[in-house]
Design a protein around this ligand. Structure first.
Ligand SMILES: [Zn+2]
Length: 481
């Protein structure tokens, strides 16, 4: 679909949810000039000049462009990094951008994956309008410690000579950077700033291998050929603190991938993270939630990915729908099927995945519902992220933001609050609240037009009619704009 330039766009007779308040303002007119929202007035109050492109949208609901704060645009929702030559990276990127923006998501925070530094070039192509896609805030490589999560040593723990070739063969150069101590960590933050990152991605303390305290599992892992350093590696709070301090000075936010448990999660809150990504397998303490509230640390649960993983494992037919085949095209779809079957076999045989599988059931029944209800009660800011693109324990393709929000609502969050996790709260976390996240005069003209009201049912977010980014219609249900 081609992008059309319209310098002056007028949306007439809409029902507006500006996302500052839950009040629906009926019969409104919004004008967007040169990408910026110029006027929001009652229907009939705007003097319309001839150069305007006018769209009458009676009965439609208008919300701010959505923000997905945790995506991997270089992955398709399976472990496709294992098939590096199956498709040109640019093609995959363009497809995933398209799937994202047509779902109403006009801004994303992109996490590492693919080739760490390539994202900056592609981010700028989207910015210039050469690729249709969401506005991208990119992290570049994640900062980790040797042998820990994301560390190249953790995946390739052999000679540096071999690593050199394999990193290039699998195009994983730039996925992560190891920091041995505080001084190195600060240096990496400065280097990433120079490279052009929009934020810093790192990890919480905690073991890379969950359950590794269990001696049986530890010996199983050692038997599998893992090194002791790999099993025991963990980000130290003092290194995390150094990363946060340096990032703060450079006006960069710090995003912490939570490895697994609750301890590392709360250590990261104390060490100065701006957001903690993913949900722990366990119950967070009241103290942690109080501290998050006090220090304004955001939580990006990405919980749907975990639910989705178990759902697909239990019900193979979910993976075989036409919709999935469109979202995850060949050869990746077939490859994903094989990987999933291996996991199912491993669970059947009581292998490594079976522990995780059992834990996910408790996660669904207890950990997540309890944690999110306490977070809601305490007023901890939650921001929606789906982990779109992630394989592993996610298997979630692009364009699924509504599913994360549905999960919040089924766990006790109101529809309006859920909508704010993907608009206003997210813009605050991204440091972009002056431009994005709500519909106000002077803000960027990112707007989604829906056929039905999401405050009546959050699933109405699927009823996308138009997606407008910076005043340009980038997706239309009718394909005729
Ligand atoms: Zn992720």
């Amino acid at each position: 679909m081609k992008k059309k330039k319209s310098n002056y766009l007028i949306l007439k007779n809409v029902n507006l949810i500006d996302c500052n308040t839950d009040h629906v303002q009926r019969n409104m007119t919004i004008s967007i000039r040169n990408g910026i929202i110029e006027k929001i007035v009652k229907e009939g109050e705007l003097e319309i000049s001839e150069d305007a492109k006018i769209i009458t949208l009676s009965g439609k609901t208008v919300i701010p462009g959505l923000i997905d704060s945790h995506v991997h645009l270089f992955q398709s929702g399976v472990d496709d990094f294992m098939k590096p030559y199956a498709e040109r990276l640019i093609n995959k990127f363009e497809r995933n951008c398209w799937l994202t923006i047509r779902s109403g998501v006009t801004t994303v925070r992109n996490m590492p994956g693919g080739r760490g530094y390539k994202i900056f070039k592609y981010r700028d192509k989207v910015k210039k309008g050469e690729i249709i896609g969401p506005r991208i805030l990119a992290s570049g490589p994640a900062i980790t410690v040797p042998y820990s999560y994301f560390s190249i040593l953790s995946y390739l723990p052999f000679s540096s000579f071999l690593r050199f070739f394999i990193e290039r063969l699998f195009r994983i150069r730039g996925l992560s950077i190891d920091a041995n101590n505080e001084r190195e960590a600060k240096e990496v933050v400065r280097r990433l700033k120079r490279e052009g990152v929009d934020f810093i991605k790192t990890i919480t303390p905690g073991s890379n291998y969950p359950y590794a305290e269990d001696e049986n599992i530890k010996s199983e892992l050692l038997d599998k050929g893992l090194k002791k350093e790999q099993i025991e590696a963990s980000m130290q709070p003092k290194i995390l603190r150094a990363i946060s301090e340096e990032a703060n000075k450079l006006d960069l936010k710090v995003v912490c991938h939570n490895i697994y448990g609750t301890k590392g999660f709360s250590e990261a809150v104390k060490a100065g993270a701006d957001s903690i990504e993913h949900s722990p397998m366990g119950l967070l303490s009241e103290e942690t939630f109080n501290l998050m509230k006090e220090k304004e640390v955001y939580w990006v649960p990405t919980a749907y990915a975990i639910y989705n993983w178990k759902n697909i494992i239990d019900n193979p037919e979910i993976y075989e729908t036409e919709e999935m085949k469109e979202l995850v095209p060949e050869p990746f779809h077939s490859f994903g099927r094989k990987c999933l079957q291996k996991v199912r076999d491993d669970i059947e045989n009581g292998g490594f995945w079976s522990e995780f599988y059992n834990e996910v059931e408790i996660f669904k029944q207890e950990y997540f519902p309890t944690n999110i209800s306490i977070a809601i009660e305490k007023g901890v800011k939650i921001v929606a992220g789906v982990d779109c693109g992630a394989g592993g324990a996610g298997y979630i393709p692009h364009g699924q933001l509504h599913k994360e929000l549905e999960l919040y609502v089924t766990n006790g969050m109101g529809e309006f609050d859920a909508l704010q996790t993907a608009t206003k709260n997210a813009a605050e976390l991204l440091g972009k609240i002056d431009e994005l996240g709500t519909i106000e005069e002077g803000k960027v003209g990112d707007i989604v037009v829906l056929d039905s009201n999401p405050l009546e049912n959050i699933s109405n977010l699927k009823s996308i009619n138009l997606v407008i980014k910076e005043g340009d219609i980038v997706f239309s249900k009718k394909e005729s704009f």
